[in-house]
Design a binder for this molecule. Structure first.
Ligand SMILES: Nc1ncnc2c1ncn2[C@@H]1O[C@H](COP(=O)(O)OP(=O)(O)O)[C@@H](O)[C@H]1O
Ligand SMILES: [Mg+2]
Length: 432
């Protein structure tokens, strides 16, 4: 049988544990997959930062993990030049045009329960006034004065004032009344903002998607440090079945639909489940979903595995993705306009379009037929020395205070051992 090499390019300069675990897992699995009369040998190669010939750029990769090109135009232009010959996860066409704000508007139209949100122009124009090419008289005469007080009343208090572009909680402030809002807006700087009604919630769920695979995790927004936010509490690392079946189903559908709508392969969706039982998505346009071991601990191996399955599938089957990310929108909007359908019925129908896009059935059949022992082998990798080295190194990279490290190492090793035990039990019970 003819042997073909399939190369997965990996670009994630800031993501040591994620990219290294992905690469080492693939190297450990040594996938050799029979598909359509050929034997596909899957390997990875790091995409480093280097000069390239713009006019003759070539792409040796059958698939690319792109985590970071939204910060780096050098990488982004390379990916956009060669990306049509590969499977690019994620491309920046939609991520650069769809931000938190735009996606709120679209998803609300589809019927998702986005809290009331009003977009406010940026507060500080100092940069423009300093630019000799900009005529401030012309620019400012185009600005309409607005009544912040009535906008605050329309949205209701408490509310969150946060940048439309989003990311890492930077510039996110809770405001309780008009005075608060005015002061906070006056200090908000040169970023256009959103004022959004605060949701009083029972559960904060962060779902990470990779292709059609959705992983909901509990999230504690009150934890002081971001690396503690996926811990259930100070005493308990994780809680299984923290949602009802219907809630799991809903948050997973919401994330899958959003990802398929914009053709995002890897994105996260933050959903607040209110005391009223309603699922409110509040943050779901994320070109660089947090995927580090330090944050995700117990959930980390499953995320790496999800990425490995999806990338192997995309490169072996030579999956193609249209750069026209809006091509299915009319199908969604037709369902949206049908007034006889309930919210749940609409979600089910949107999900069908999403599953068409992700080839969900084909993907899971591929996993079952072509990689039947994937979980068992992945377990061996995560139980092995190579992964222990990654875990140790990641703790050293992240925790800068030397004296803190032994305690943190024990903490992460303990949780990881718990994952190994749980996964071993699951596999021995024949659960898939
Ligand atoms: N409408 C809201 N209701 C309740 N909490 C919110 C709301 N909007 C933001 N928050 C809180 O602020 C945090 C940061 O806001 P988010 O929209 O996720 O911005 P970022 O893109 O910076 O992550 C959220 O994780 C949540 O804890
Ligand atoms: Mg967020």
């Amino acid at each position: 049988m003819q042997k073909v090499k399939k190369l997965i390019g990996v670009m994630d300069p800031n993501g040591f544990s994620f990219r290294t675990s992905f690469e080492k897992l693939i190297a450990f699995l040594k996938p050799e997959i029979e598909y359509r009369g050929q034997l596909h040998e899957v390997v990875t190669q790091r995409i480093t930062t280097r000069p390239y010939d713009v006019l003759n750029a070539i792409c040796p990769y059958s698939a690319i993990i792109n985590r970071g090109a939204h910060w780096n135009p050098h990488h982004n232009s390379f990916f956009m030049t060669v990306g049509h010959n590969s499977y690019l996860l994620n491309d920046m066409i939609s991520f650069l045009s769809i931000n938190k704000n735009t996606s709120y508007g679209h998803m609300y139209k589809l019927g998702l329960r986005i809290p009331t949100t009003v977009a406010l122009p940026q507060q500080d124009y100092t940069e423009i006034t300093k630019d000799p090419k900009a005529n401030s008289e012309l620019i400012f005469s185009e600005h309409e004065p607005f009544d912040l007080k009535s906008i605050g009343e329309e949205v209701g208090y408490p509310a969150f004032l946060k940048p439309q572009s989003g990311g890492g909680w930077v510039g996110v402030e809770k405001v309780s009344n008009y005075e608060d809002l005015l002061n906070t807006y006056n200090k908000s700087g040169d970023k256009p903002m959103n004022l959004q009604k605060a949701i009083d919630y029972r559960e904060f769920v962060r779902t990470v998607g990779v292709g059609p695979q959705m992983m909901p995790m509990h999230y504690n927004a009150k934890a002081k440090y971001s690396h503690d936010r996926y811990l259930r509490s100070e005493q308990q690392a994780i809680e299984f079945d923290f949602l009802s079946e219907a809630e799991y189903d809903e948050v997973k559908k919401i994330c899958k639909i959003i990802n398929a709508f914009y053709k995002w392969d890897h994105n996260s969706c933050e959903t607040l489940i209110g005391f009223d039982g309603i699922c409110y998505p509040i943050d779901f346009a994320n070109a660089y979903p947090d995927s580090t071991l330090i944050s995700l601990h117990f959930y980390f191996p499953e995320l790496v595995k999800a990425m490995a399955r999806w990338m192997i599938f995309c490169s072996v089957t030579e999956r193609k993705k249209s750069f026209n990310f809006a091509q299915d929108w009319n199908r969604y909007f037709e369902i949206m306009q049908n007034e006889e359908l309930t919210y749940r019925e609409k979600l089910d129908l949107y999900e069908k379009i999403a599953d068409d896009h992700f080839e969900t059935k084909k993907f899971y059949e591929f996993c079952a037929e072509k990689m039947p022992d994937f979980d068992e082998k992945a377990w061996e990798f995560f139980a092995g020395e190579e992964f222990e080295k990654i875990l140790t190194k990641e703790v050293e990279y992240y925790f800068k205070i030397q004296e803190e490290r032994p305690g943190k190492l024990a903490h992460y090793k303990g949780i990881h051992q718990f994952w190994l035990n749980c996964e071993k039990d699951r596999l021995s019970q024949g659960k898939k």
